[in-house]
Ligand binder design. Structure first.
Ligand code: MRU
Length: 351
């Protein structure tokens, strides 16, 4: 479907579409060491919760490859160091930790096997996670497409599309699935300061998929909701607490407040691997703070005077009471969310 691939395993390397260079250049970064993969995650070469998780899984395969010639004990120590390095990259997207736990299971299950066999099994699990991510996103998209009618105008924030997953996307996956059903949709993409994932990435990938898209600055959302008008908001998520509070790109909370003020449904699309049922509420979700230069030197020039304070949280938390529905590969959950999310987390259906 896409003319680009967000991430792939090729010739013993993790190959990432370098999202820091889009939309100007379509270039790929080859990661052959765990350190290169970890930096790629930190620097947003690969970003978006599900894509970060899959990239980290492949990062563990790279870690295994680095220590193949060592004694089993040293090999396993190196795997633990690789895991620790990958876990330090970005704190908010729970998919990262979920994917690393999947790799922990492989490591535990291969105790006593030779280094090469352990690496092979890590690679097999990483490949399975990548394939599964795409399948789940397609299923999620089909559930969510039922919420979208022909002619809908949709507002989205950040990028929760093919670029943020192993393929197809979550929030944008709904749009691709509805489009495949013959519905014509129009999307308004918030530019998403400070790093412009909306204007650089969402607008680019929607254009690649032939979806009509208009970019707006973040501070235009209220007026567009009133004037367009907007039929629904759809966003992705980096972590969803047990009560349905949603961590997503900074600015999402503000969009949810605006949607409520304009009586517009606010939908969150995310796979079950984005749930963190160990956290009762969103306030417990760790929020990544990034370098001040992303704000003060944001657009390739000085955008704030030297010496002023800069606050740069990468995510915020939208309270569950502002969320109209959460869509996952298991179906559509409506408030109150706790019971449905618990059943999803345990492998059941929302009912
Ligand atoms: O900092 P980023 O670009 O990784 O933030 C991404 C988002 O906030 C996405 O909306 C979220 O990860 C969902 S991606 C399917």
């Amino acid at each position: 479907m896409s003319a680009f691939q967000t991430l792939a395993w090729r010739d013993e390397a993790l190959v990432l579409l370098d999202q820091t260079r889009l939309p100007g250049e379509l270039v790929y970064l080859e990661c052959r060491e765990v350190e290169t993969a970890a930096r790629a995650i930190e620097e947003l070469v690969v970003r978006g919760a599900p894509a970060i998780g899959v990239a980290a899984a492949y990062g563990m395969v790279l870690g295994a490859g680095e220590a193949l010639a060592q004694e089993p004990e040293a090999f396993r120590r190196h795997l633990q160091q690789s895991r620790a390095r990958l876990a330090r990259t970005r704190p908010t997207a729970v998919n990262l930790f979920w994917a690393l736990e999947q790799m922990d299971q492989v490591i535990a299950a291969t105790a006593g096997l030779g280094n090469h066999q352990v690496r092979e099994q890590l690679l097999a699990r990483a490949e399975a996670l990548r394939a599964e991510d795409e399948t789940l996103c397609r299923r999620l998209g089909q559930h969510g497409a039922a919420l979208l009618q022909d002619g809908f105008r949709i507002l989205t924030h950040c990028n929760a599309g093919s670029l943020a997953t192993a393929g197809f996307g979550t929030a944008l996956g709904l749009i691709y699935a509805a489009q495949a059903e013959g519905k014509q949709l129009k999307v308004y993409a918030d530019e998403t300061r400070p790093l412009l994932q909306g204007s650089r990435l969402t607008a680019w990938e929607l254009q690649q998929h032939g979806v009509e898209v208009t970019v707006i600055c973040d501070n235009m959302a209220a007026v567009v909701m009133r004037q367009a008008p907007i039929d629904c908001v759809i966003v992705g998520a980096d972590r969803i607490a047990a009560n349905g509070d949603v961590a997503n790109k900074i600015g999402t909370y503000g969009v949810a407040v605006l949607a409520r003020a304009h009586h517009i449904p606010f939908y969150v699309a995310a796979p079950v691997s984005t749930l963190d049922l160990s956290l009762a509420q969103g306030v417990q979700i760790p929020i990544e703070e990034r370098r001040p230069e992303e704000v003060s030197r944001g657009l390739g020039r000085v955008t704030a005077p030297e010496g002023v304070g800069i606050y740069n949280p990468a995510f915020d938390v939208t309270p569950a009471e502002l969320v109209t529905a959460i869509i996952s590969e298991k179906g559509i959950a409506r408030p109150p969310f706790a019971e449905a999310l618990r059943r999803w987390g345990e492998g059941g259906n929302p009912g």
